[in-house]
Design a protein around this ligand. Structure first.
Ligand SMILES: [Zn+2]
Length: 303
């Protein structure tokens, strides 16, 4: 039973749009690719946990605060009075675990922060959170290396590492657990959802202004901006994908509203943003049909 679903963070959605409409600095692009890859890995792991039988309580993508410290959990499963939680890593390539130094390296020699330290911290904070709310369940923390192109040399035994070739059997083993869920598990699942912080204060979005962004509507299939309009249909000059003008314009307006939540979205702003429709009346009809008008003069804007 999936109690809390994962969805793309607002930060990642905004980065996706910005990446198409401006040139990101190297630092921003690196950060963006990192969160994108991390999210893709989490979605890959969800495909496995979705195969768990229905008596499991599955909560994805959680952010908690305990004693003024924030911590995040990629996936959490409650079963028979026990909590399993998972930190998912979408690492790719050859890595080495050095037991003497308790460190992880990407070969040849780039040191990575050891995810074991990360889950130890999360486990301790989760335990405090449970205690503060009157729960006392055992916790098992694991790191899932989800990418099939990941190799870990000198992988330690009993270190809570689940390697790409072990994910399937781990899930099968969970599925074989004798289930004795009680009310406590279901209460705890709801409690954790209520404690989840919806708006993450972690954000690394670059600064951007309306004037500096590329205008136009892009293809929903290949993201090209070379769109031509004929009647009610717009056609992508790069891949040939066809879409109704209204759908494409509405999508572009939603991007605009996401990027600039405080901007008053007027007819003129939309005409400048979308570029593909030159007729005020037509834009006005699309706006009226799909958004809520505020005011009724030439200053009308839409939400
Ligand atoms: Zn296209």
């Amino acid at each position: 039973m999936i109690i809390k679903h994962r969805k793309e963070s607002e930060e990642l959605t905004i980065f996706n749009v910005l990446n198409r409409r401006m040139t990101l600095s190297n630092k921003d692009r690196q950060y963006y690719f990192g969160i994108k890859k991390g999210y893709e890995g989490e979605v890959m792991f969800d495909e496995f946990t979705e195969k768990l039988i229905s008596d499991f309580y599955i909560l994805n993508d959680l952010l908690f605060k305990v004693n003024n410290t924030l911590f995040q959990i990629d996936s959490l499963i409650i079963i028979s009075g026990k909590i399993y939680f998972f930190e998912v890593k979408n690492f790719e390539g050859d890595y080495l675990y050095n037991a003497d130094l308790d460190s992880l390296y990407k070969l040849p020699n780039k040191e990575y922060s050891n995810p074991l330290h990360q889950i130890k911290r999360s486990e301790s904070l989760l335990r405090q959170l449970l205690q503060n709310n009157g729960y006392n369940l055992s916790i098992e923390a694991n790191i899932v290396f989800i990418n099939p192109e990941f190799t870990l040399y000198q992988a330690p035994l009993n270190k809570h590492f689940i390697l790409p070739t072990q994910v399937k059997s781990f899930i099968q083993k969970l599925n074989a657990v004798q289930i004795s869920n009680n009310d406590e598990s279901s209460h705890l699942a709801s409690k954790l959802v209520s404690l989840h912080i919806k708006k993450s204060p972690y954000t690394h979005l670059p600064e951007y202004k309306f004037e500096q962004l590329k205008k136009g509507v892009n293809c929903s299939f290949c993201y090209s901006f070379s769109i031509s309009v004929r009647g009610q249909v717009c056609t992508c000059g790069s891949c040939g994908y066809e879409e109704s003008v209204e759908t494409a314009v509405v999508r572009a307006i939603k991007e605009l509203m996401l990027l600039f939540p405080d901007l008053k979205v007027t007819n003129s702003v939309v005409m400048e943003w979308c570029r593909i429709v030159n007729c005020r009346k037509r834009i006005s009809r699309i706006l009226t049909r799909n958004f809520k008008a505020v005011g009724n003069s030439r200053w009308t804007f839409y939400k």
